[in-house]
Design a binder for this molecule. Sequence first.
Ligand SMILES: *[C@@H]1O[C@H](CO)[C@@H](O)[C@H](O)[C@H]1NC(C)=O
Ligand SMILES: *[C@@H]1O[C@H](CO)[C@@H](O)[C@H](O)[C@H]1NC(C)=O
Ligand SMILES: *[C@@H]1O[C@H](CO)[C@@H](O)[C@H](O)[C@H]1NC(C)=O
Ligand SMILES: *[C@@H]1O[C@H](CO)[C@@H](O)[C@H](O)[C@H]1NC(C)=O
Length: 492
Amino acid sequence: MRREVLGVLATLIFRVSSETCVEPVEPVEPVDPHSSDFFLQLALKVEKQIESQILFLQRSNTSSTRHFPRWSQALQFFQEQLRSNTSTALLWSTLRQFPPRWQELDSKCANIGRRFPTLVSQNLSVLEAYRHYACHVAPDYFITDPHVALRADVAPLENGCISFSARPKVVMAKNGTHRYDAYRHCSGSCPDDPAWQELSVEMVDEDILVLPSIRTPPGMEYQHSLTDLLAQAWTVLPLLRDSNMKLVIYSPIQGQLLQSMGIPPEKLLDIPITSFETHKLLCVKPGRTMTLWRTARADGADVPFLEQRDTRIYADYWWRLPGYQLGPEVSDAIARHASFAGFESKQDSVVFVLRCSERRQLANEAEAVGAVTRALVEAKSDFQLLTFCPGREDFLEQVRKVRQAKLIIGEHGGALANMLLAQNGTGIIELVGSPEAQIGLPGEFPPYKSMWYGGAGAAFAFYRVVLYEPTLVGPAVRLEDLQEAVQKWLSA
Ligand SMILES: *[C@@H]1O[C@H](CO)[C@@H](O)[C@H](O)[C@H]1NC(C)=O
Ligand SMILES: *[C@@H]1O[C@H](CO)[C@@H](O)[C@H](O)[C@H]1NC(C)=O
Ligand SMILES: *[C@@H]1O[C@H](CO)[C@@H](O)[C@H](O)[C@H]1NC(C)=O
Ligand SMILES: *[C@@H]1O[C@H](CO)[C@@H](O)[C@H](O)[C@H]1NC(C)=O
């Protein structure tokens, strides 16, 4: 790639120099990381490097993105900035408001129904252990709260840069005068993190819109697009339509999903993140604006984030709360865009999402489907039971199936993220691991890990979890509890 560019450059130099006198390329001054307008200098420096290359390339007016690996000054700057907090705040304007969401609270532990979902069990010691966890072991695990009214905002940042990676530990946006901490904070420890040693700078000559909520963990792009991107992007769609801004995405699948709800491809700017090791500083050229998106409290106050080094995962994913509230709208938009016949599909099914993969497969999945059938039959319910393997279906087919659901049942995991595509009024029964079932699992598994995510699940009218436990033959759902959960939904 670089060799090609140099080759073209050499040819052009040769051609040009035979006609005119070539100016030597000016040496670029080192940048002072202590300077207040460091970012502007940074941007100008990138600009100069680009200009020195394109001087002979007769670059057209079309935009381009360029990659500058391992830019030590950028790193140095971040190390300084992470220790200071003297910059001016951005000016935010509101796109959407989101009301608080209430569900019935557990009479013995008010964290249940709020930051933790309601567990259904006929076994009192199972219920007691869960209450003990939610109210005594991990009462402060989540700092998100569905009882807080939220809003989605945007703010412009001119000549700015933002840090980014597949699964960021901290996200900060900055120009010479203004700063926004988009995710988590540093207290002097960030500069020691290896992520900052591998920062690369990407400069775009576009006005862009950046959703700091986007997560792009390789292999998990689909589920994270549902929970962290689609609904968030839905809020900025009118803004994209009426401006020259492009929405930054980090993988092709994100582009495909956004196009499915009607965002035209020319409104997207793909800056690929392909590995967990990619850490970027994304900058706009001087004169360009980066518009940032955030979730704030309805009164305009910042929502709290944890420190970068905090080990609580998903504990401060505030954007998931409005995201889950918007799910039905996004689903409708996709159905409309795909011209599904009568896009408001009839919700006549109970959909059991199967895992259909080797990982974390339930030993008694067939019996679990049987327990659901029994509950429906005993109640003489008209709902048909539909089972499917999301991973084996085309995206629109998945949407179509999920939109038929009045109740979705499934084991915690990526496939169940499809709940985001359910129609309004759909209920959820999630099968979650007991603390013992989660010991030793690869990945990050706090006890009772659930798609409720600190209150996001409160957006659903009905949301219950049922435990699976380790047994000699593998993890097994508590079948009587599952049957009872379905009965509770039928009589809700
Ligand atoms: C940053 O702000 C915090 C609290 O607002 C304060 O305690 C700290 O001293 C500040 N640090 C600097 C470098 O100004
Ligand atoms: C309740 O569940 C626990 C854990 O599975 C089990 O050890 C216990 O025997 C159960 N108690 C009753 C009364 O079924
Ligand atoms: C930083 O961005 C803000 C908000 O867009 C703008 O008012 C300010 O002029 C910018 N600062 C620099 C140094 O470009
Ligand atoms: C979903 O249903 C609730 C309650 O009926 C209603 O308040 C809300 O506006 C509906 N949302 C959508 C997107 O239709």
